[in-house]
Design a protein around this ligand. Structure first.
Ligand code: DAH
Length: 336
C-alpha cells in the first residue's frame, strides 16, 4: 500500500471541469475507487500496524473528499455561468406551479354556468354606496346594512370596499338590456375578525338572470342543475330567508348525506348543508336599474367560494388558503 504515492496522485490530479471532477470521484472515492479498496485491504495488514494504516487511509479520504467538494462548488458556478453565456443550452427544469384551490373551484363553477348560457361579468372592488347598498334596496340607515360590517374608505365621495358581489348585478343591469344571464366572481371585504372560519376578505360568485316571465321554478331548476354538477348531489331544499334585494328570498341547502363521521361533523348531524343565498330580484332593484318590473322579472343568487372550497377539499382553517405555503397549495395540483 503506497499511501504517499496515492496522496501525490490525489493532489496532482488535474481537475479542470465537471468531467475531470467526475473522473476524480470515480478513481478515488466511488465504491470501486482506490480509497474504498484500501479500506478493504486493511484486512491483510498485520494487527500492530492496522491502527496507523487505518488512520492514514482516513486522512486520504478526507483530503480527496475536500478536493471533490471544492470542485463541485467551483464547477456548479461555472456551469450556471455557461448556461447564461450560451443561450442554446437547455435551461434548468422549471418546477410548474399549481392552481390555487379557490381558482380551481371558481373555474369549475364558471364552467357549469357557461354551459347554460351565462356570461361572466366583473366589477370594481372599491365601490360606492349606491352600487353596494342603496340600489340593492338597502337605503341609508337600513338595519340590514349591519349584516355586513363594512370597510369605509371615505365619506364624501362615499367610497367603500364592496361587501358582496351583488354590486356587480347593479352595474351589469345599468349597462345591459335584458335578457341578462351573468355570473360575477370576485373578492369582497368585511370588517370581521380573522379566525379559522372567517376572514376580512373572501370571494363570492354572484348569479343573475333577468328576462320576461322568469319564475321561482327557473331558479330552483338552475340551482338543482348546479348542485348536481358541482357536488354530484341531487337533493336540495330552499329555506325561506331574508335579503333586502330579493323577494321572496331563500337559502339553498343541499342534502350531503350522513354516511361517514365527517358527514356528521360538517352537517352538524342533520345531513343538510347551507350553500348559498338566493331569491327573486326585488322590483325596487329592477327599477333602480331602469328595468321595468312589470315587463321583466329575474332571480339572483350569491355564494361564498371559500366555504365551498373548504367543503370540497375538507379544509378546516380558512387562513391556510391565504398563507401561500407551497406544501399546502401543491396538494391541489392534480385536481385541475
Ligand atoms: N349578497 C349576499 C351576501 O353577501 C348573498 C346573496 C344572497 C346574493 C341572495 C344574492 C342573493 O344575489 O339573491 O350575503
Amino acid at each position: 500500500m503506497d499511501i504517499e504515492k496515492i496522496k501525490n496522485d490525489i493532489v496532482d490530479f488535474k481537475i479542470t471541469d465537471n468531467i475531470s471532477l467526475e473522473k476524480f470521484r470515480l478513481s478515488f472515492l466511488s465504491k470501486k475507487g482506490i480509497i474504498p479498496s484500501l479500506f478493504s485491504e486493511l484486512r491483510n495488514v498485520p494487527k500492530e500496524q492496522k491502527k496507523e494504516a487505518g488512520q492514514k487511509i482516513n486522512d486520504l479520504k478526507k483530503l480527496a473528499t475536500e478536493i471533490f467538494e471544492k470542485g463541485k462548488l467551483d464547477f456548479s458556478k461555472a456551469e450556471e455561468k455557461s448556461v447564461i453565456d450560451d443561450f442554446t443550452k437547455p435551461s434548468n427544469i422549471l418546477r410548474l406551479g399549481s392552481r390555487h384551490p379557490i381558482s380551481i373551484v371558481k373555474n369549475k363553477i364558471i364552467d357549469i354556468f357557461l354551459k347554460i348560457g351565462f356570461d361572466i361579468s366583473e366589477g370594481p372592488e372599491i365601490e360606492d354606496d349606491w352600487h353596494n347598498f342603496t340600489a340593492l334596496n338597502l337605503p341609508e340607515y337600513h338595519p340590514a346594512r349591519d349584516m355586513q360590517d363594512t370597510f369605509y374608505l371615505s365619506k364624501d365621495p362615499d367610497w367603500l370596499l364592496r361587501t358582496h358581489t351583488s354590486s356587480v348585478q347593479i352595474r351589469h343591469m345599468e349597462n345591459n338590456k335584458p335578457p341578462i344571464r351573468t355570473i360575477s366572481p370576485g373578492r369582497v371585504y368585511r370588517n370581521e375578525d380573522i379566525s379559522a372560519r372567517s376572514h376580512c376578505f373572501f370571494h363570492q360568485i354572484e348569479g343573475l338572470y333577468i328576462d320576461k316571465n322568469v319564475s321561482f321554478v327557473d331558479l330552483k331548476q338552475t340551482l338543482l342543475y348546479f348542485t348536481k354538477e358541482l357536488f354530484g348531489k341531487n337533493k336540495i331544499r330552499l329555506r325561506p330567508s331574508y335579503f333586502p334585494f330579493t323577494e321572496p328570498s331563500a337559502e339553498l341547502d343541499i342534502y350531503w348525506g350522513l354516511e361517514t363521521e365527517t358527514d356528521y361533523r360538517i352537517t352538524k348531524g342533520t345531513g343538510w348543508l347551507e350553500i348559498l343565498g338566493c331569491g327573486m330580484v326585488d322590483p325596487n332593484v329592477l327599477k333602480n336599474c331602469n328595468i321595468d318590473p312589470n315587463e321583466y322579472s329575474g332571480y339572483a343568487f350569491g355564494l361564498g367560494l371559500e366555504r365551498i372550497t373548504m367543503l370540497l377539499y375538507q379544509i378546516d382553517d380558512i387562513r391556510t388558503l391565504y398563507e401561500n405555503d407551497i406544501r399546502f397549495l401543491s396538494q391541489f395540483s392534480k385536481s385541475i
